[in-house]
Design a binder for this molecule. Structure first.
Ligand code: ADP
Length: 483
């Protein structure tokens, strides 16, 4: 089976969040199950630099305002199709915006171009390549499915995965004329969305099936509280909606061989984590071995509930815990965390920025990772926490609720607890969880049993990849023959 994946990010080439990890790891897991995935992604500078020998398999004289080409390359075991379009992607900054964090004003054109290329490839534009199905990720790739539906690839089965419904790609109606879609597409059951154009909405409408990244989130997005305006449409499509929890790359995230750690370890040698803890204490200027060390590795945003944590940080310190935060995002939250670190020298530390290596070290050395999200489609950091014996403390929502077993008395007695859950969006609930962690941490037997239970969990892509294969098969069986 051949699947074309269309994605705006892919680890290790370009990553701003969990989507990149999924787009990079799922193809490798699918390969083992007989599914060959080719991933189409934009040729950002970081991607083009690492390409080496490239071969154009498709050329455009004019793709949304300039010359473009698709190159076939293999990198890190991934079979890539890179869309080189300098007028759209060759710029200094991030994948979606400039260095100051402002979205590129022509993002609609950039990701319509990616999607256009995806639909062309689905229709057979690359000689010798005919994907059996197309799998688009998030709003940036969603228009692929609209171009397929209104173009020459309507008979090719398609799937969209929603990694976060909060990002929808909404644009003014005035762009519609430049999208190159038939006039009929500007309709309620097409790309029209609240008077404008909605990329994700268009993809949800056109896709043969919809997945999101956990069963709980798949249910939550059917409600107004989590549906972000799309719950009506998602309910209409409920028969084609699936929740498949993400796996993690268990090679890359392996405490027994992780080169970012000061000391590697396994569930049998948890004591070795002390060296990593000392390294974290050094990086964050924290007092040594003085109470449980909690950490946060996160985008610093409202979604992630970082403001809830900030609101109780003084009580967290009073409860006897220490806190190390790595993240970047809202300037207000960054400032509040730096202020908390200044107020509680030695007890709270903050590093503002993105640091892959430090994120591994923190998982390998901290006692617990706090994830107070208001909503969380799947979440990866709690899974890394499980793998590293960095006990997850999670808000009971989305994928966090699906992947962590709360250390209540019954679960501890049965030896199945893997972390701590609390109600989302409540400082009191979070503080209560911190107190429970401080207590449990003081009982080494209980604590190490929670750690090792988490480390036993099967977090590999194997099971989830099997679910995707089953879904691709189901879609293929629905494939209508081309006229
Ligand atoms: P989201 O995709 O919503 O940001 P996830 O938990 O699904 O959240 O994925 C976040 C990914 O980004 C994880 O791999 C996490 O380790 C990583 N990450 C987030 N912030 C940072 C940071 N400041 N430095 C390093 N890695 C980070």
């Amino acid at each position: 089976m051949n699947v074309l994946s269309v994605t705006p990010e892919i680890f290790p080439l370009v990553k701003t969040g969990g989507l990149a990890d999924v787009a990079g790891a799922l193809p490798l897991a699918l390969k083992a199950k007989g599914v060959a995935v080719r991933s189409l992604l934009p040729g950002y500078p970081v991607v083009m630099q690492g390409l080496g020998r490239k071969k154009a398999v498709l050329a455009y004289k004019d793709l949304f305002g300039g010359k473009a080409a698709v190159h076939a390359v293999v990198a890190g075991g991934l079979d890539l199709l890179v869309l080189e379009a300098p007028h759209l992607f060759d710029r200094v900054g991030g994948p979606y915006g400039d260095a100051a964090g402002h979205d590129w004003p022509d993002n609609w054109r950039r990701f319509a171009a990616l999607s256009r290329a995806g639909a062309d490839i689905a229709a057979g534009a690359v000689a010798g390549y005919a994907p059996d199905a197309v799998h688009a990720h998030d709003w940036q790739a969603a228009m692929t499915l609209a171009y397929m539906r209104y173009g020459r690839a309507a008979a090719v089965p398609s799937l969209i995965t929603v990694h976060n419904l909060a990002f929808q790609g909404r644009f003014a109606a005035s762009i519609f004329g430049d999208l190159g879609l038939p006039a009929a597409a500007m309709a309620l059951d097409g790309v029209e969305y609240y008077g404008g154009v909605g990329f994700l909405k268009a993809g949800l409408q056109a896709a043969w099936a919809i997945t999101t990244v956990s069963p709980t989130y798949a249910q939550e997005i059917r409600t107004p509280a989590f549906g972000m305006g799309l719950d009506g449409l998602i309910n209409l499509r409920a028969a084609d909606l699936y929740g498949i929890v993400n796996g993690i790359d268990v090679e890359l995230w392996n405490p027994a061989s992780d080169r970012h750690l000061a000391a590697t370890y396994s569930a049998k040698t948890l004591k070795a984590r002390a060296k990593n803890r000392a390294a974290v204490e050094g990086r964050f200027d924290l007092e040594r071995d003085a109470g449980p060390l909690l950490c946060v590795v996160s985008r610093l945003t409202w979604q992630k509930g970082i403001d809830t944590l900030v609101s109780i940080v003084d009580q967290v310190v009073a409860a006897g815990a220490r806190l190390a935060v790595l993240g970047s995002g809202d300037a207000g939250l960054e400032g509040a965390l730096l202020a908390a670190a200044a107020r509680h020298r030695g007890r709270v530390g903050a590093v503002i920025g993105y640091d892959e290596a430090l994120s591994h070290l923190m998982q390998g050395g901290c006692d617990a990772i706090v994830i107070p999200s208001r909503f969380e489609p799947c979440g990866l950091t709690q899974l890394y926490g499980l793998r590293y014996g960095c006990v997850p403390m999670v808000a009971r929502t989305g994928g966090l609720a699906d992947t962590i077993i709360d250390a209540n008395e019954a679960a501890v007695a049965a030896g199945v607890a893997t972390g701590f859950q609390f109600a989302p969006d409540s400082g009191d609930a979070l503080l209560h969880a911190v107190r429970r962690v401080v207590e449990a941490h003081a009982e080494p037997k209980i604590w190490s049993s929670i750690q090792s239970q988490g480390m036993k969990a099967d977090l590999s892509w194997d099971r989830s990849a099997a679910k995707y294969v089953e879904l691709y098969r189901r879609l293929l069986s629905r494939r209508v023959s081309q006229p």
